[in-house]
Design a protein around this ligand. Structure first.
Ligand SMILES: C[S@@+](CC[C@H](N)C(=O)[O-])C[C@H]1O[C@@H](n2cnc3c(N)ncnc32)[C@H](O)[C@@H]1O
Length: 248
């Protein structure tokens, strides 16, 4: 599991965010070292991020993410043909924008610590319907080779639980293979049976080939949802490749 640092502009494109969406109360789960909350907050959006990494040692997160981005640059540049460059233009701009995000994240974490809450799916530390809109980038489906289908269902239900209007997830392809998450239709059917219909929206952003779809859950008419069984959490160690060791 990596901690990445996508920007507000990437979030706006990945989740097709409108100005109306940005007037809502928004949760970013997982926030990682992304600058969505920092930049959206500066524009007046009531946004909060949650991530297991926001516990002890979180003050180092921005610096670690920044080193990781620098470390990754050669890898991305050497394997540029594996990625889609329409949005970034090329590896130099990609690395520059990600580094700027990590810096904006670190500055906002120091300035507005209450906006960054420690917590893990599928047991988020929020009341039901706490947020109008919930955004989830590059955890579910992306890590489909590491996280079980049971975890995915529990996590999707918990994201739906804390949302009032919609949950948007991006992408629906695995980061290891660029293939669509195999159990996606089954998970959508299980959510529909719980009163949570969903749709796949094509968006104007892709970094992985074929990775230009967002899953949107409509939670407006949902009834009560089941709670995840204790122990159904999945907490994978974050890999800091520049340090060569996983953090607990
Ligand atoms: C690849 S990063 C994505 C960060 C951010 N959304 C972005 O797009 O830049 C994945 C994040 O998922 C977090 N994570 C791992 N397990 C989690 C869990 N059970 N619940 C919530 N977040 C989790 C990690 O700490 C990491 O920050």
């Amino acid at each position: 599991m990596l901690v990445s640092a996508r920007s507000f502009d990437e979030y706006r494109a990945m989740f097709a965010l409108t100005d109306d969406d940005l007037g809502l109360r928004v949760l970013d789960c997982p926030g990682g070292a992304a600058s969505f909350v920092a930049e959206a907050g500066a524009r007046g959006t009531d946004a909060v991020a949650v991530d297991p990494q926001y516990g002890e040692g979180r003050d180092l997160l921005g610096t670690l993410a920044l080193r990781e981005i620098e470390h990754k640059h050669a890898d991305v540049a050497d394997n540029a043909e594996r990625f889609v460059w329409d949005w970034f233009g090329g590896p130099e701009r990609y690395t520059r924008l990600r580094a700027a995000s990590a810096r904006a994240f670190a500055a906002d974490l120091a300035a507005r610590p209450d906006r960054y809450v420690a917590g893990s799916l599928p047991h988020l530390p929020f009341e039901d319907r706490s947020f109008d809109l919930v955004l989830s980038s590059h955890l579910l489906f992306s890590y489909g080779a590491q996280l079980s289908e049971e975890f995915h269902l529990s996590a999707l239900i918990d994201l739906a639980r804390v949302a009032r209007r919609e949950v948007r997830l991006f992408p629906v392809v695995l980061h290891t293979s660029d293939r669509r998450y195999a159990a996606l239709d089954r998970l959508r059917a299980e959510l529909a049976a719980l009163g949570v219909p969903s749709r796949l929206d094509r968006v104007d952003y892709a970094f992985q080939p074929g990775g230009d779809e967002a899953l949107v859950l409509d939670v407006r008419a949902r009834g009560p949802l089941p709670t995840a069984r204790p122990g159904s959490g999945a907490h994978y160690p974050v890999r800091w490749r520049h340090l060569g060791v996983p953090s607990a």
